[in-house]
Design a protein around this ligand. Structure first.
Ligand code: ADP
Ligand code: MG
Length: 211
C-alpha cells in the first residue's frame, strides 16, 4: 500500500495531514503525486470526491518558494465555491510553510481586499476566470513568475462557457511551466484544450471502481 511517506511528502505536511485525519493517499493521489512532483504536465481524470485537490496541492505546496513574493502557482476553477474550498484546504496546509500566502480571487468578494493582498505578495492564487482576468487587466496580478498552472474541473469550466477566458489567462502564463488538468470527464473540448496548451502530458486515469 502506498503511504504519503512513500510519496515523499515532507514530514511537516505529513503532520498537517495527519491532524486532519488524512493518513492514506487515495488512488488518484498515489498515481498523480509522483508525476506532478517530477514536473511533468499531466491530465488527471477521476470521479468527483476521489481526492484530486490534494493530488495537486501537495506537489505545489512543496515546490513554492515562500521567500519570493510573486505568484508562482495559479489554480483556475469554474466556481467561487470551488475556489473557496481549495483555498481553505491550501491555507490549512500552508501553515506548514512560513510566509506562504494564498489568495482566493473570485467575483462577489470585495476586490479591494484582494488588491491589498496581491500588493503584499501572494505565491499561490486560486480563482475563477472572470475575476482573474479582471486583476490581470488592472495589472494587480502578474503571471510572469507562474511555473505551475492547474485547470481544475476542466469539463465544468468549458461546460460553463469559460473557454475564451481560460485561453486568455493561459496565454499570459510563461510557457516554461507545468500544466495540470483535472477533470471528472474527458469530452472532446477538454481534450482539445489539453492538446493546445499542454506539453506531452502524462495521462492518469482512475477507473470508477477503484474509488
Ligand atoms: P475531488 O476534487 O476529486 O472531487 P476532493 O479533493 O474535493 O475530491 O476530496 C473529497 C474529500 O475527500 C474531501 O473532503 C477531502 O478532505 C477528502 N480526502 C482527500 N484525500 C483524502 C485522503 N487521502 N484520505 C481521507 N480523506 C481524503
Ligand atoms: Mg475537485
Amino acid at each position: 500500500m502506498t503511504t504519503f511517506e512513500n510519496l515523499n511528502v515532507s514530514p511537516i505536511l505529513l503532520r498537517k495531514l495527519q491532524g486532519q485525519g488524512i493518513v492514506t493517499p487515495t488512488p488518484v493521489q498515489a498515481a498523480a503525486i509522483p508525476v506532478l512532483q517530477s514536473g511533468e504536465d499531466a491530465i488527471v481524470q477521476a470521479q468527483t470526491g476521489t481526492g484530486k485537490t490534494l493530488a495537486f496541492l501537495l506537489p505545489i505546496l512543496e515546490k513554492i518558494r515562500p521567500d519570493r513574493t510573486e505568484a508562482q502557482a495559479l489554480i483556475i476553477t469554474p466556481t467561487r465555491e470551488l475556489a473557496i474550498q481549495i483555498t481553505a484546504e491550501a491555507r490549512k496546509l500552508a501553515e506548514a510553510r512560513e510566509g506562504l500566502s494564498v489568495l482566493a480571487a473570485y467575483g462577489g468578494q470585495d476586490v479591494e481586499r484582494q488588491l491589498r493582498k496581491l500588493k503584499n505578495g501572494t505565491q499561490l492564487v486560486i480563482g475563477t476566470p472572470g475575476r482573474l482576468l479582471d486583476h490581470l487587466r488592472r495589472g494587480s496580478l502578474k503571471l510572469g513568475a507562474v511555473r505551475m498552472l492547474v485547470l481544475d474541473e476542466a469539463d465544468q469550466m468549458l461546460h460553463m462557457g469559460f473557454l475564451a477566458e481560460v485561453e486568455e489567462i493561459i496565454s499570459l502564463v510563461p510557457r516554461s511551466r507545468q500544466t495540470m488538468l483535472f477533470s471528472a470527464t474527458m469530452p472532446d473540448n477538454v481534450k482539445r484544450l489539453a492538446k493546445t496548451y499542454m506539453d506531452k502530458p502524462r495521462d492518469i486515469r482512475i477507473a470508477e471502481t477503484s474509488r
